[in-house]
Design a protein around this ligand. Structure first.
Ligand code: ADP
Ligand code: ZN
Length: 640
């Protein structure tokens, strides 16, 4: 077998444009592709939405033979194949959902060299039959998706993946490219060792290793105080009518209640949790995938099998257990690179509940790790530090920019207020009742409420009773929240947590230290989402094109984002391509898409322009060039 090791730059760029419709690479894609084309093993850690699939799909178009992609989720394979076919790639899949006849059809095509990309589930590698066939056909590349599944140290170990270690031995001269979105250094080494990357044969060189930044510049991070979360979410949704998004809740009950509530308010929403039957779950996920329902309310059981690229927001209505989970769940937003909003509702009240579950962990070491992780996410939510900087710092990545321009901390104007006096009132009430009461009772004491509890304990006789009467309960609750956030007091006990004064709190109580808060202007319902380059588009036309996309998707029985991504539609709604050659310049429009959908979209756009003669169509700065993927935050938008 001879291999063409010559890397032809023109061919790469040409394929990028004609097959995928893109003019520029995302970070790291080009290096990865060039290394694969030079037949070197690759290990790449890239965040969700980083564009991993293009890294093996593009070489698959250029190399002789079949690229075999190993992917753990059978539920996603069909979508992946549909997406590849949509770009004119000869793709197929083989997994346990196929019948005997279908499998033999694929074998025949494989032998006839008719398949450019074959998606398979890992268990195939334990089947001698399959391996024998594979031996007889030219293979250009093995691409391993979700490679962390091979490591017991990772969070998603799948025993089936272990059989993949056979690849480097059985196919010593076929390159392997392993991809994952989550791998610590330890897991990374483990994956490379198990896959035998760069080691099994003298032909193999050390793998090309790449660790992309985990920064997701198009995601806006926001934390909001949680009080009446239902109405807070309703308010948030009111400004994003019809946009697809996920709302995470911790328990099945709260998922069901929230979904019912939203539906009762006229919002198109469905629930998803492990208590629903697999059929219902699949149905609901499918409806979401196909843009038939806007909002999915879910426990963290939802997400693994989702590669919908146009999720425009992810809301956490309850405090997540740790930052990894939070990063992963929010990571499902904005895979298409368009602006998306991540909103976390944070209340100290959520902490005791999680602590209670942590207390049930028997193993001391494990318990303290889990507790530490909880403290880290609490820190994330309560510190006045750029959310992006904190998230990336958690993954040991230093975010250099002073102001990320795309989180609530960096976008809100801030001012400092001294709250020492109010803090002293709160802590004096706590201290005079011997640190044996919870928030509600302490607030009742300060505001001079007349409750049975107060009479029983004769708390109307203590010195602090009623001294905070001039301010309302909400004020005192927010002071308590702030003291908790700053560690001046803490909550202990479940289900009836009491307030305890910490060392830091004592210092404030006795006037040795001051305590201040940052007051920020409340970010508006639909925040500016700076750092986004593409939030200016014709929304009316977008709705029209979205409708057309959905119709085409229904006919072809595929999810709409496979036809065109939101990003592609947005671009159409900025440049109004009214003929095929203009359409070709839109990012995400390759030859196959032009052929299949070009006319339909051009027709709608032309009709729209005709009906709206006042619209002035902007000219492109340079024909055919994409706008930059990640422009620096706060950069002036391109001339619209
Ligand atoms: P991952 O698997 O890393 O989460 P995907 O491969 O699903 O990411 O890609 C995410 C999105 O980015 C897709 O909509 C894809 O079409 C788009 N994309 C990939 N590469 C590029 C590129 N070079 N330019 C523009 N969009 C891209
Ligand atoms: Zn920031």
């Amino acid at each position: 077998m001879t291999h063409n090791t010559q890397i032809n730059e023109d061919a790469i760029l040409n394929t990028l444009k004609t097959v995928f419709g893109f003019s520029t690479f995302r970070p790291n894609q080009e290096e990865i592709i060039k290394n694969i084309l030079s037949r070197r093993d690759v290990f790449a850690v890239m965040p969700t939405g980083g564009g991993k699939s293009l890294c093996y799909q593009l070489p698959a178009k250029l190399m002789r033979g079949t690229t075999v992609v190993i992917s753990p989720l059978i539920s996603l394979m069909k979508d992946q194949v549909d997406a590849a076919r949509g770009n004119g790639i000869c793709a197929a899949y083989m997994n346990s959902s196929l019948g005997h006849q279908e499998v033999s059809d694929i074998y025949r095509m494989l032998k006839g060299n008719k398949i450019e990309i074959l998606y398979i589930a890992p268990e195939r590698f334990a089947m001698p039959n399959f391996l024998e066939t594979l031996k007889t056909v030219p293979i250009s590349l093995f691409a391993i998706d979700e490679a962390h599944c091979i490591s017991e140290w990772g969070h998603d170990f799948r025993p089936d993946y272990l059989s993949l270690s056979i690849i480097s031995k059985m196919f010593p001269d076929v390159p392997i490219a392993a991809f994952t979105a989550t791998a610590t250094r330890n897991v990374e080494e483990d994956i490379c060792r198990k896959l035998g990357l760069g080691s099994a044969s003298p032909l193999r060189r050390a793998p090309f290793m790449i660790r992309a930044s985990f920064n997701r510049p198009n995601l806006f991070y926001q934390v909001e105080g949680k009080s009446k979360v239902e109405s807070q979410i309703l308010k948030f949704l009111s400004s994003r009518d019809g946009q697809p998004g996920i709302i995470y809740r911790t328990t099945r009950d709260s998922v069901a209640e929230m979904a019912d509530f939203l539906v009762s308010k006229g919002i198109s929403a469905l629930p998803y949790h492990a208590g629903l039957s697999p059929e219902v779950r699949d149905k609901n996920q499918d409806a979401f995938n196909r843009d038939e329902v806007s909002v999915i309310v879910a426990t963290i059981a939802f997400g693994m099998g989702i590669d919908k690229s146009n999720v425009r927001f992810v809301v956490h209505a309850d405090l997540p257990k740790n930052i990894e989970g939070y990063y992963q769940e929010t990571g499902r937003a904005g895979r298409d690179g368009e602006p998306a909003h991540c909103l976390l509702f944070f209340s100290r009240g959520d902490i005791p509940r999680i602590r209670y579950f942590i207390d049930q962990i028997d193993n001391d070491a494990e318990r303290s790790v889990v507790l530490e992780k909880l403290n880290e996410i609490i820190g994330f939510a309560s510190h006045d530090v750029c959310r992006r900087k904190q998230l990336l710092g958690y993954f040991e990545e230093e975010f250099q920019t002073e102001n990320c321009g795309n989180c609530d901390i960096c976008c809100g104007p801030v001012e400092r207020f001294d709250i020492t006096k109010d803090a002293q009132i709160v802590m004096s009430a706590i201290s005079r009742t011997e640190q044996r009461f919870g928030i509600t009772h302490i607030v009742d004491i300060m505001t001079g409420a007349d409750t049975k509890r107060i009479r029983t304990f004769q708390h109307d006789r203590i010195k602090t009773y009623g001294v905070g009467r001039d301010k309302d309960k909400r004020h005192w609750r927010s002071i308590i929240d702030e003291l908790l956030a700053q560690g001046a007091i803490r909550q202990e006990g479940y289900p009836y947590p009491v307030l305890i004064i910490t060392q830091k709190g004592s210092a404030v109580l006795y006037g040795k230290e001051q305590i201040t808060v940052l007051k920020r202007e409340e970010p508006k319902g639909n925040l500016p989402e700076k750092g986004s380059i593409s939030n200016q588009y014709d929304a009316v036309l977008f709705e029209k094109l979205r409708h057309l996309r959905k119709k085409i998707a229904e006919e072809g029985q595929v999810p709409p984002f496979i036809i065109f991504s939101d990003k592609t539609l947005h671009e159409m709604c900025r440049y109004y391509p009214a003929d095929l050659s203009e359409m070709r310049k839109i990012s995400g429009v390759g030859d196959a898409k032009i052929k299949q959908y070009g006319d339909a979209f051009v027709c709608d756009i032309k009709g729209y322009l005709m009906a709206n003669p006042g619209i002035s169509v902007p000219s492109r700065q340079s024909a055919g060039s994409d706008r930059p993927e990640a422009s620096p935050p706060r950069e002036k938008n391109r001339g619209e």
